[in-house]
Design a protein around this ligand. Structure first.
Ligand SMILES: [Ca+2]
Ligand SMILES: [Ca+2]
Ligand SMILES: [Ca+2]
Ligand SMILES: [Ca+2]
Ligand SMILES: [Zn+2]
Length: 409
């Protein structure tokens, strides 16, 4: 998934080069010839993105290198390496414990055009297990080089984290395990991890559309306003960073309608917080919102636009057509969903999901902020200072521990 201001590679940079340090895999991938396994896994991952029919980006593996840190974002070398440190905007940092991979991107803040990127895979992400920790066997529960590079290669192209997963809790510990490749946690099902979901295909094509993108998919747009804000506060507002998902009401997975493509509402686009869900195959969808409250993914893990959002406490809600309001008796009930029909090449508008009558904690600031514009400005400055130009992928055992803790608490 991409933020609207996400970086992207311009067509003039195609094919995008990536440069491996093959010998950095020695001792860290099980089985014969780890260097060749690393090369094959990376090639397969970039090929998977390249061969999505509705996307046009192309890659070419450049010369191998012996570097372990990509310190120059503008030298045309986009390093893929196993190492315990990674260069983040030119500054080497150690990979935090529990992190499988990290991607650093360098881009023009005005235009979003990317100039360089680098992927670092942790050499020993499981300190308690004898090395090598990595595999290319494709076996369930193995730590798969291709699946992790596929995810990091999404960041390498400017994509942010998705919250689309198709198990109830997002723990990914048992079937069904389908999650978007860009979900920030990786599950036990390696073959699923090597396969882009519609959510990945949708956002990739949204940024890098081929000629068939517009004729294959439709889109849905709307807003996520707070119901109470229309009267309780002047300057009506909506939720910054609501997760808005198009779901297939006819295909239950784990007892819940399948998540197809997800998006986020953004206050920066207007106070009522518009969203766009691109890349939808023709069909009927229920539109559903949830807060980014850390179950299973927190706003901090998504992108710089919503990482510090305060709007993380509101009920789940299905779009209910004419009956959509801020005073629904059971907004979380799928029976209240009114399907939205998407056609190829079509855009469905005004699909607003109105949050129930709650007043966000920052409500008292709204009048002053809307008068002076100061709040918006302060947020922009915060982005500049705390911008996270790198993104992590966490292993499943981390989320399993957290889930266990949540259950005991
Ligand atoms: Ca470089
Ligand atoms: Ca280990
Ligand atoms: Ca509703
Ligand atoms: Ca509602
Ligand atoms: Zn990631």
């Amino acid at each position: 998934m991409l933020a609207p201001d996400a970086p992207f590679w311009p067509d003039s940079a195609f094919p995008i080069a990536y440069n491996l340090n093959p010998d950095s895999a020695l001792g860290y991938i099980e089985g014969p010839d780890p260097s060749q396994q690393f090369i094959d896994a990376a090639d397969a991952a970039f090929q998977t993105w390249e061969t999505i029919p509705t996307s046009r980006i192309i890659f070419a593996r450049g010369p191998d290198v012996s570097d372990v840190l990509d310190l120059d974002g503008n030298d045309g070398i986009n390093l893929i390496v196993f190492h315990d440190w990674a260069s983040v905007q030119g500054v080497p940092i150690p990979l935090p414990p529990g992190v499988l991979g990290i991607t650093n991107t360098v881009f023009d803040f005005e235009t979003g055009e990317m100039q360089g990127a680098a992927i670092t895979l942790a050499r020993n992400p499981f300190p308690d297990s004898p090395d090598p920790d990595w595999s290319t066997s494709g076996e369930p529960w193995s730590l798969d080089v291709e699946a992790v590079i596929l995810h990091e290669a999404g960041h390498f192209q400017g994509m942010a984290h998705s919250n689309v997963r198709n198990d109830t809790t997002g723990e990914l510990v048992g079937p069904p395990s389908h999650a978007a490749v860009m979900f920030p946690f990786i599950g036990f099902d390696v073959m699923d991890g090597r396969t882009p979901d519609q959510d990945d295909i949708a956002w990739h094509g949204f940024v890098y559309p081929s000629s068939s993108y517009a004729t294959s998919f439709g889109s849905i747009v709307g807003h996520v306003p707070f119901g109470a804000m229309r009267m309780g506060c002047s300057a009506p507002a909506g939720a910054n960073g609501a997760h808005v998902v198009a779901r297939d009401l006819n295909v239950p997975i784990g007892g819940e309608p399948r998540m197809v493509v997800g998006s986020y509402s953004y206050r920066a686009e207007g106070r009522l917080c518009p969203y766009v869900i691109p890349g939808l195959p023709p069909g009927d969808y229920g539109i559903w919102i949830e807060p980014m409250d850390g179950s299973p993914v927190a706003a901090l893990q998504i992108n710089t636009r919503i990482q510090f959002t305060l709007d993380t406490n509101f009920p789940e809600d299905w779009y209910s057509g004419e009956d959509e309001s801020g005073v629904e008796p059971a907004p979380h009930d799928p029976a209240s969903a009114v399907p939205v029909t998407v056609t190829a090449g079509g855009e469905v508008v005004d699909i607003d999901v109105i949050i129930e009558e709650i007043v966000p904690g920052w409500c008292m600031n709204v009048v002053e902020a809307s008068r002076t514009g100061r709040r918006e400005k302060a947020v922009a400055v915060t982005f500049g200072i705390l911008l996270l130009p790198f993104l992590f992928l966490y292993p499943i055992r981390k989320i399993s521990r957290r889930a266990a803790r949540d259950r005991s608490g």
